[in-house]
Design a protein around this ligand. Sequence first.
Ligand code: ATP
Ligand code: MG
Length: 230
Amino acid sequence: MSVLTIALSKGRIFDETLPLLAAADIVPAHDAQGSRKLILETNRAGVRIVLVRATDVPTYVQYGGADLGIAGKDVLSEHGGEGLYQPLDLGIARCRMMVAVRAGFDYDAALRRGARIKVATKYLAAAREHFAAKGMHVDLIKLYGSMELAPLVGLADAIVDLVSTGSTLAANHLVAVEEVASISARLVVNQAALKLKHDVLQPLLAAIERAAGKAAPVRPRGRGGKRFRS
Ligand code: ATP
Ligand code: MG
C-alpha cells in the first residue's frame, strides 16, 4: 500500500487544517503542538503528516517529500508554484498582504512625485509585481521577519507584510495604505502523486473540499489545473 504524506506547518495552518482533515477521517495519532516529532502518524495506516516550516511546504510537495501540503498564498507566490498542482483554496488562515508606512509618511504624495521609495519585505516576488504593475520604482530590501521595525529606524519608507487585525501595525505607529493581495491557505499536490496516487488522493481531496465548503472544481486528471502566478 502506498503511503500518503501531508506537509503542514505548526501554528495557524495546522490548527485550521485539523478540522478539514478530520472531515476526511484523518486524525493525528498524537498531539502535535507539544511534541518534537516531525512525522505524525494518523488513525489511517497509509496516511502521515510531516511538520515543516510554512515556507518549506511547497518545496516538500514540489520534490515529492510530501504528496500534498497546505500553504498560504503568500508563501506559494514566493515559491512560484513549479511542480505543484493547486486544486483548492481552503479559505483558512485568511489575512491581507498590505503596503504599510510610518504614520505621517505621505505615501500618496510620494507616488505623485514619482519618488523612489525603499520597501522592506520578506515577500520580494509579490512586492516586485505589485509595484511594477503600478509603474512605481522601488528599492526592495529583503528581510526575514519583524518588518514593522524597518520604517521606524529608517531602513525603509514602507513595508509589505501580512495584516489581519492591524494591531501589530498600530502598536508600531504604522498604517496600511494599500492592499497587495488577499491571502488564504491553499492545498497543493505533487503533480506526479496526482496521477500515481489518484485513488487515495481523490476521495481525500473531495472530502477536504466539502469540509472547506468551497466550490472550486477538483480536476485531478485534467490538464486544465490552475498553476500559480507569482
Ligand atoms: P514563523 O511565524 O514561525 O516565522 P511563518 O510566519 O512562516 O513562520 P505562520 O506565522 O504560522 O508561519 O504563518 C503561516 C501562514 O499563515 C502564512 O504563510 C500566512 O499564509 C498565514 N498568516 C500569517 N500571518 C497571518 C495572520 N496574521 N492572520 C492570518 N493568517 C496569517
Ligand atoms: Mg509568522
